[in-house]
Write a protein that binds this ligand. Sequence first.
Ligand code: FAD
Ligand code: NAP
Length: 586
Amino acid sequence: MAAPYPTLLSLRRREAPSRRVERTPCLVPPFETAALRPPQGEVSRLRDADRALIQKAMKPDFDAVVIGAGFAGMYMLHRLRGLGFTARVIEAGKGVGGTWYWNRYPGARCDVESVQYSYQFDPKLEQDWEWTERYATQPEILKYANHVADRYDLRRDIRFETRVTRAAFDESDNSWLVETDKGERLRARFVIAATGCLSAPNTPKIEGLADFKGPTYHTGNWPHEGVDFTGKTVGVIGTGSSAIQSIPIMAQQASHLTVFQRTANYTIPANNQPLDPAYVREVKASYREMRKRAKSLPAGIDLRINMASAIETPDEERRRLYQERWDYGGFGFMAAFSDLLLNDKSNKTAADFVRDKIRETVKDPATAEALAPTNIIGCKRLCVDSGYWETYNRPNVTLVDVSKTPIEKITPAGLQVNGRDYEFDCLVLATGFDAMTGALLRIDVRGRGGVSLKEKWSEGPKAYLGLTMAGFPNLFTITGPGSPSVLTNMLPSIEQHVDWIADCLAAVRARGATVIEAEKSAEEAWVGHVGEAAGGTLRSTCSSWYVGANIPGKPRVFMPYIGGLPAYIERCEAVVSKGYEGFAIG
Ligand code: FAD
Ligand code: NAP
């Protein structure tokens, strides 16, 4: 049987057919070692010519393998090509777009305004692309991703429908061996994980899930052909952003919708609308200034922050300011005052404002009370909606509070809570993701000495700047744990990481080096700083996916860096200006 990798014999046939092979080393390839490396002891008996052949065969197939073709992987490929690096992108989906390829549930759209939630690396792209709504729908964002793929001719270097299952660092020649579910093995000098912060769907382990006789859908892996709920009874588990966006639309279709809510959530109206052409012209004329302002603000979003303290502002004025921002819609609500996530009394004024809005909107007092969140506003990620609270006034929508009595089991006909049966035709799991670490840990990543990433992160993720890990040389993560990522507008954060990584690889090449690795001491100091920063805000105080609380057994660590995008960028730039401080390059 032919070996799935070139043997020394086949190489010699290809390269030097006339020479006699004296010895064909047994090349049984344990994955941790190079497929072409002979067993120990054999090397010394090889002739120089054989050694040269092995050396040549061990040359990386690519300078870089990029995992994932969402916005991060796509831009990474573009930058690598621009620098003359060879690269292969491996993507599990059939197309580009990542989040916007998978999350096709009804009502899916961005909650950072489209003119800001878009690439800025090419001013011509900014000028050519027309967003049609303040918050673009999933189909429009996916169209944009496909436009980018076509415009920069990205697809020819992307392998779709292929999942990376394993990646192991080969210390003998400072390269990575990457294995896919298609049985491919690729060798690359660098691996860049563009695997996404919110790309590993969380299916809760509720007893009986497999027994449900109707269709079950996860918002994070929605059927491409769409789902028509007309005339169906539907049960939805979850009230996070995905549920809050999809519930109003599903309620319009379904004959009855039952929402199972474990934790009530805060949401601010989107006030979404078609974009006024005059506004678009204005934005296009001043994109550079807008992007610059956005990068100077903690969340990377260009919005007005009122520097006053909520608790020190007189009641009437405070209410006026909240109302103004409520009417405008979106995340800017949390920038009404500068201390909403620092001072619990200030936070309560914003939470009370939203709770009052719920009571004003939802007609049934018991439902309104159940929908009113009791935790810190902004602790779990804030949601942005279109008609969410109003949906509970529909006669075909029921809310079931499962906060005190959890879902006991899924039954063939529905589910059971507190001894009571609820029946429906279709089940929707709007149950979120194993965030920030999930997608990476679903790959068997092995660093120096065969140490697994799972082992390294057993007490929570540890990474230098959220970009690299000690013990895992030549491996980079885009928007990894320890970077501002999910606390920001993700597009500028992605671009900043991609640019940093691209420049870093060019610097390594310029030095004639083959390896770059974070020093343990630098990593520890950064992880300590990330933890300290989190401790200073109210954001780390609740059971959110930011701290891994939604995944049973996951270590409780606040994963993103909360110090803000400007401070983070400054730190990344300082590391470079000090000759890649905290890195060993060789
Ligand atoms: P992703 O888009 O998640 O792409 C990662 C890709 O990697 C996926 O296509 C996946 O298939 C692939 N992949 C993962 N593991 C493997 C593997 N082992 N092998 C092969 N391929 C693999 N952020 C905002 O800033 N604003 C918003 O409005 C916003 N809205 C969002 C709405 C939803 C529904 C969700 C889920 C997230 C939203 N986000 C938003 C966050 C969003 O994830 C980012 O904005 C951004 O799209 C992430 O891009 P990415 O390329 O880093 O990751
Ligand atoms: P999520 O915020 O994690 O929400 C998951 C929901 O499922 C929560 O209400 C959770 O309850 C519930 N849940 C999970 N397991 C459960 C169980 N066993 N029993 C009962 N309830 C259970 O996930 P998401 O809504 O998919 O959003 C994830 C993130 O993606 C967002 O925070 C945001 O960053 C991004 N996103 C953005 C948008 C947007 O508007 N642009 C849309 C969707 C997603 P608990 O709260 O009690 O855990």
